[in-house]
Write a protein that binds this ligand. Structure first.
Ligand code: ZN
Length: 272
């Protein structure tokens, strides 16, 4: 049990992740797989994350739809991502169960549910990007942008410029919108979208087709972005490899860990 690694008296910071509410969006499962594989690995960053955060992951919200090969709906023909407001245990059992768990955690004073991320795939956009909510409180609105900005620095395929914040009526009843209204003002709810097709690195480079491995890498980068968000960087074990310069700083080490193939400056081209 991941809870056991945290001191019992500590307030537990929880990151709740769901995927595959839309059965046709297979990339969301690979992204989620990347997150899970990384979090349970022996990677020094994963160890720090496990010591400081609790990750709750429901990797497949629509298993019957996936089994049937549906594109968007459940066995009973519901788009589950429009039923968060009032899911029925009979008609939307997975959604009902997950929502009950989230509400239970929200009502537990020892738990601080800080992130909810629902993973989808997008059929027309390129890259990975996020949808967030719109708040009246400008400061909260700005704080919400922090995680996607950090993710943009860590993942070459993630685009902050494609990330948007909305409150369209058509998105009412989605996990992000519903939980964004329910949870308190230190919680952030996002939809993480990733292209079915490809990502663009900027400059003259043409689109790079996504592979299963690239989707999983995005998942790994999502997980490790929590290290930056919670400023846990200094706790990561130093790599044993010799470094060329005597003066070593944390950002350099992080870049080492992030296995970036491209220098940070290239991120600017995609609008970090
Ligand atoms: Zn979707």
């Amino acid at each position: 049990d991941l809870y056991l690694s945290l001191p019992l008296w500590a307030e537990q910071k929880v990151v709740f992740i769901t995927a595959r509410v839309h059965p046709g969006e297979t990339p969301s499962s690979f992204v989620c797989q990347g997150i899970i594989d990384f979090l349970v690995s022996q990677h020094p960053i994963a160890k720090v994350l496990r010591d400081h955060l609790v990750f709750k992951i429901a990797p497949m919200l629509n298993p019957d739809g996936v089994y049937l090969g549906n594109y968007r709906c459940s066995l009973m023909g519901f788009d589950l991502n429009r039923h968060w407001a009032n899911p029925s245990p009979w008609a939307h059992p997975t959604l009902h169960g997950v929502k009950q768990l989230i509400i239970e955690m929200y009502n537990n004073p020892k738990i601080n549910l800080e992130f909810y991320i629902d993973i989808h795939a997008h059929s027309t956009m390129m890259n990975g990007f996020m949808y967030g909510n719109i708040f009246e409180d400008e400061e909260r609105f700005q704080r919400q942008a922090v995680f996607p900005k950090l993710l943009c620095q860590n993942a070459e395929d993630f685009s902050y410029s494609s990330t948007s914040f909305n409150r369209d009526a058509v998105k009412a009843g989605t996990g992000r919108r519903f939980l964004g209204g329910l949870l308190n003002d230190t919680s952030y709810c996002y939809t993480l979208e990733v292209s079915f097709y490809s990502y663009v690195l900027g400059g003259p480079t043409s689109a790079v087709p996504y592979t299963e491995e690239a989707y999983m890498k995005l998942g790994r980068n999502v997980a490790r972005t929590f290290l930056d968000y919670y400023r846990l960087n200094s706790l990561v074990e130093r790599p044993l490899t010799p470094t060329p310069k005597a003066r070593l700083n944390v950002p350099v080490l992080l870049k080492f860990h992030l296995e970036r193939k491209h220098p940070v400056s290239e991120g600017g081209l995609q609008g970090c």
